[in-house]
Design a protein around this ligand. Structure first.
Ligand code: DGL
Length: 292
């Protein structure tokens, strides 16, 4: 995709703003680009403040608002919170602060998918400490499937492992075993990877579960379901970009732009792994401070 400026003719032509604490949200951006190839995306990784997952609720809410204000300053038509931790603690504040903008978080879409796919009714949720303590998944799942049993497991070390590229081999296997082996005594058949970093450890987690569980466990991450939710909401609000029929992706001036709040060096190498392909050069951006 080119980095050309878009002709800003209608709100439909504006980009979708996507943010995460760092690179994890690129797993969502990747699914978005696949689902909506004619949409432009502005991605913000708050790399100066990552990780969010070990911080307190008020701090995370403030960071999420900062990131959202920064993207709104880039003139976006929707906000995607591509971070479970920021969704858990910032979603309500963003909905309140930007009432006219579609705001989509990553928790509800994958919770809906889990609630409809489980047969045993027993769902495991993994995530950062802050996501798990927020109980956002329990609340969403209890609404959707009141009979469900939910087992929540904080897995904080998965984030640095994914960032370091240690996603397979002895170290991540042992970490996964330490966090998840107790699930072998449960009836779970569905596990939510409730952190946008965790899809990179999917193979390691799936292999461990295959070895300890009496039944197959379906691993669900937020990426695909969130991309579908974004597509549905943009359609509903008549905000999908219109391109002439037969236009090839990449040939329609849709652009993808990356911003980071720390220096861009270092982001690019990691970003390629999370995005699953080449990414345009990231630019530094200062976070927009909240008005006091
Ligand atoms: N990407 C974040 C999430 O989905 C986790 C990384 C962090 O701790 O900042 O929760």
């Amino acid at each position: 995709m080119s980095q050309d400026e878009l002709p800003e003719s209608t709100p439909r032509d504006l980009p979708i703003g996507v943010f995460d604490s760092g690179v994890g949200g690129l797993t969502v951006a990747r699914a978005l680009r696949a689902k909506l190839p004619h949409e432009s995306i502005v991605y913000l990784g708050d790399t100066a403040r990552v990780p969010y997952g070990n911080r307190g609720a008020d701090t995370i809410r403030r960071y999420a608002l900062n990131a959202a204000h920064t993207l709104v300053g880039q003139d976006v038509k929707a906000l995607v919170i591509a971070c479970n931790t920021a969704t858990a603690h910032g979603m309500d504040a963003l909905l309140e602060t930007f009432p006219d903008l579609p705001v989509i978080g990553v928790v509800d879409p994958v919770a809906r998918e889990a609630a409809s796919r489980t047969d045993t009714g027993h769902i495991a949720v993994t995530g950062t400490r802050a996501t798990i303590t927020s109980r956002c998944y329990e609340q969403a799942l209890e609404r959707l499937r009141p009979d469900a049993t939910i087992t929540s497991v904080p897995c904080p070390l998965f984030v640095p492992l994914a960032e370091e590229g240690w996603t397979e081999g002895h170290v991540p296997e042992e970490v996964a075993r330490a966090y998840l082996s107790h699930l072998g005594e449960t009836s779970i058949d569905t596990l939510i990877l409730g952190c946008t970093h965790y899809p990179l450890l999917r193979t390691t987690i799936a292999t461990l579960l295959d070895s300890i569980m009496p039944r197959h466990v379906t691993l669900l991450d937020s990426a695909q379901s969130t991309a579908r939710a974004v597509a549905d909401l943009l359609q509903e609000r008549n905000l999908l970009r219109e391109v002439p029929e037969g236009t090839e992706p990449g040939d329609d001036r849709a652009m993808m732009r990356f911003y980071v709040t720390d220096e861009p060096r270092g982001f690019m190498g990691t970003a390629v792994r999370f995005f699953g392909g080449p990414v345009a050069r990231a630019e530094h951006i200062d976070i927009t401070p909240l008005a006091t």
